[in-house]
Ligand binder design. Structure first.
Ligand code: AMP
Length: 115
């Protein structure tokens, strides 16, 4: 069984977060430790631990992550200048919370992706 993370509690609104968007498949809220002027997380409502756990059944929710990322980027006023979407997987990927999520980062030039 998938272990619950803090993100499930945010999805169920049991702990506070600045929620920007929620529907039947995904929830979006501001990252608590922002790495850019706009740093927003978009999570699947169901707790998929990592990208390695994705199955075809998850495709609607995963597609919705992108639809919502584009919508929020427009809302934040960063769509035209651009932004970065990141999904970390496991320890080498820098994943800390094992509930699949997309980072939306923007509001300044982010430079090249470095390791
Ligand atoms: P990752 O390293 O990809 O697993 O990213 C996890 C992100 O979740 C980090 O950027 C954290 O700052 C963020 N985070 C952890 N706890 C919270 C929280 N309660 N509310 C908002 N963001 C959080």
């Amino acid at each position: 069984m998938t272990e619950e993370t803090i993100f499930s509690k945010i999805v169920r609104r049991e702990i506070p977060a600045e929620i920007l968007y929620q529907d039947d498949l995904v929830t979006s809220f501001r990252d608590i430790r922002p790495k850019a002027p706009s740093h927003i997380l978009i999570v699947t409502n169901i707790p998929i631990p990592t990208v390695n756990d994705i199955t075809a059944d998850h495709e609607a929710g995963l597609g919705r992550l992108f639809t919502v990322a584009a919508k929020i980027a427009r809302q934040e006023g960063i769509a035209e200048k651009g932004y970065r979407l990141i999904v970390n997987c496991n320890h080498h990927g820098g994943q800390e919370v094992f509930h699949l999520h997309m980072h939306l980062l923007g509001g300044k030039p982010l430079g090249p992706l470095v390791t």
